[in-house]
Design a protein around this ligand. Structure first.
Ligand SMILES: [Zn+2]
Length: 163
């Protein structure tokens, strides 16, 4: 994806208030992120371990989501699979819950999905980050096809949040 600025990221949030989008933690090292290898940028909030965020490109403009994740104690210690990039981790997959956009979210509606706990799906798919033995299923898909699948899964998740 193309590199984004802090301002662009803050303006892209779909499921939190403008005030929240202004205050939340955006990584300070945006210029050093491996944008060429990212389908989305995800990060955990250093000030709030139960918060995470992601931003991706959708229909010509960036789209960002605020996510809640359970405390580390309730992470699943067993092997589980990220539902975005289909990488399997032992204890490294986290349920991320996004409040729905708009009125539904204000009324407490949310959408959940399993993500790599470090939100580095793009790097696992490209083999730039190692998930350990058995982390990647042996598949006949090309890397490009796996990337497309991850992009489609993230887009579907965002669509559910904004539905
Ligand atoms: Zn993943």
């Amino acid at each position: 994806m193309k590199p984004l600025t802090e301002q662009e990221i803050r303006a892209a949030f779909l499921n939190c208030t403008k005030g929240e989008a202004k205050r939340l933690s955006v990584p300070r090292d945006l210029a050093d992120r491996p944008w060429d290898d990212l389908d989305f940028l995800g990060w955990r909030d250093p000030q709030g371990p139960d918060r995470a965020y992601l931003v991706t490109e959708g229909e010509g403009r960036p789209k960002a989501l605020a996510l809640r994740c359970p405390s580390p104690a309730s992470w699943q210690p067993r092997r589980s699979m990220c539902s975005m990039c289909l990488t399997t981790h032992t204890g490294g997959v986290s349920l991320m819950v996004a409040p729905k956009a708009g009125k539904a979210g204000q009324q407490g509606d949310s959408v959940g999905a399993y993500f790599c706990a470090d939100l580095a799906c793009s790097l696992y798919v490209r083999g730039k980050k190692d998930a350990g033995i058995g982390g990647r299923l042996h598949e006949s898909l090309t890397t490009e096809e796996k990337i497309q699948r991850t992009v489609a899964n993230v887009a579907a998740f965002i669509a559910k949040v904004t539905a």
